[in-house]
Design a protein around this ligand. Sequence first.
Ligand code: ZN
Length: 305
Amino acid sequence: MRIGVDVGGTKIEAIAIDDAGRELARRRVVSPPGDYRAMVDAVRGLVLALDDEIGEIGEKASVGVGTPGAVSRATGLIKNANSTQLNGRPFARDLADALGRGVRLENDANCFALSEATDGAGVDHRMVFGVILGTGVGGGIVLDGRLWTGANAIAGEWGHDEMPSRTELDLPDTHCYCGRRRCVETYLSGPALAADHARGGAAPLGARAIVALARSGEPGAKATMARFYNRLASALASVVNVLDPDVIVLGGGLSNIDELYGEVAALLPGHVFSDRCTTPIVRNRHGDSSGVRGAAWLWPPARQR
Ligand SMILES: [Zn+2]
């Protein structure tokens, strides 16, 4: 049995699955605000509760944890997390001490990619590029069933690359919270889509409303979405030119836009440096559960060991 925990800013969710990926139990608690020790205790409490609920006598479940941010290869400490009480802390080590077993920890976009590669929309593909398009833009790479984290634990994080500045993309200047300008995230996140629509003087709308308006034929919203599709295709093409993954799986709130799959897949070949590009762009299978499931799969299924 394996337990996966997804530590978020507002809630901590935990799941227990068996070797076949069947969900056995699930629990969630509100994230304790501000206090690091309380965060460790909350994760410990969830794991022990799941142990009790479905645990096998004499065998402890493996524990994987997904968090925002990343684990520094240099120090083992968490960096870049928006749940800031985790930053600078040896979260994996403290959880392992609290639970009396090894704990594997990865960033949430990597957990998404691993979940979809293991038994989701990317299964049976050798290289899976998992993309989060939500309040932020992230990504993760899985090769032959294994997460590829990279020498600096930053593999797949394309959200803070500079957007390819092709003239047809008609890019406004943007500033990112990371301190750089024109990051991919500032054009392709949900808030970025809303900001792009409002930039031309349109009433401020959320992503969902803009999509609905575009479907109704409203020219301004249609133009906003056309820009979004083209920019997404261009940014993904940069990834394809370097990695050439076998499949691109989309996750996060914007992955629910049905039109993405046809429009962006059709535009992608025009941006890729190849005579042909047949890379499928597909919707995730596990939705909001990909975070906890991917965390659980940080201890791989037996067939991949
Ligand atoms: Zn940035």
